[in-house]
Design a protein around this ligand. Structure first.
Ligand code: KIV
Length: 272
């Protein structure tokens, strides 16, 4: 496997070369190490940790301290992959100074190499301010989970047949605004595939899709969804590559039975 550290310009070179960018979320040391050894291009310490790791219903309760903590755990894997830290709800929406200070914390205290934040036209001036202090920013438009209450649930955005006229045009404006503000890449979440293809063709920066079809420059999934660790519900855009819940449950059940049946530990597991 290639060992050169992945940088922001390297992700941009991947778009230019036509090689798909691969990304997954990671929240701790052991998984960051495994994912990195597989050759993933970037690891997102996502605020999805609120639902996947903390058991919350939404990402809204996640704090800056939570993000710094999980970034540190991921950073200890010293991954070749670029580490992107998500900016949690209200860490960047309330004012430019706050946003710069919080983005800076993710780098200084958490070891992130770039930050990601949600929003398009509405948040472009914040992106610009963070980029101006040399912190690379990844945008995130379309279905933005921090806006769950405004959207009335986790719904595909920019549908032709949607109830909101002009939704497709607005999404294109968001993509342009984020790019013009200096973002180095943009996540397209929950976007019809033809619209994601149009945005991908139009933008000079890489698009990273999640529920946005095959034409984006790269793909990201929540690691727990890919590995089958997020319960019974599988959203349409997720492909489960494993059923780790089953693997873990089988292993733990076997352990419980063997201890109860005096089959573990045996001589080979004991000291003399
Ligand atoms: O928090 C997260 O995991 C994300 C991805 C779904 C893109 O934002």
């Amino acid at each position: 496997m290639q060992s050169t550290k992945i940088s922001v310009p390297e992700l941009q070179r991947l778009k230019a070369s036509g090689q798909k960018i691969t990304a997954l979320t990671a929240y701790d040391y052991p998984f960051a190490r495994i994912l990195d050894e597989c050759g993933i291009d970037f690891l997102l310490v996502g605020d999805s940790l609120g639902t996947t790791v903390q058991g919350a219903d939404t990402t809204l309760p996640v704090t800056m301290d939570d993000m710094v903590y999980h970034l540190r755990l991921v950073g200890r894997a010293r991954p070749r992959a670029l580490i992107v830290g998500d900016m949690p709800f209200l860490s960047y929406q309330a004012g430019i100074c706050d946003a710069i200070a919080n983005a800076g914390r993710l780098l200084k205290e958490g070891g992130a190499e770039a930050v990601k934040l949600e929003g398009g036209v509405n948040i472009a001036r914040v992106i610009k301010a963070i980029v101006n202090v040399d912190i690379p920013v990844m945008g995130h438009i379309g279905l933005t989970p921090q806006s769950v209450h405004r959207m009335g649930g986790y719904k595909v955005q920019g549908k032709k047949s949607g109830r909101q006229p002009g939704a497709r045009e607005r999404l294109i404006e968001d993509a342009e605004a984020v790019t013009n503000a200096g973002a180095f890449a943009v996540v397209l979440e929950g976007v019809p595939m033809d619209l994601a293809a149009e945005i991908t063709d139009m933008l000079p920066i890489p698009t990273i899709g999640i529920g946005a079809g095959p034409h984006c420059d790269g793909q990201i999934l929540v690691m727990h969804d890919l590995l089958g660790m997020s319960g019974d519900f599988t959203p349409k855009f997720v492909k489960r590559y494993a059923n780790l819940e089953r693997v873990v449950a089988d292993a733990v059940s076997a352990y419980i039975s063997e201890v109860r049946e005096h089959a573990f530990p045996q001589d080979e597991h004991s000291f003399h």
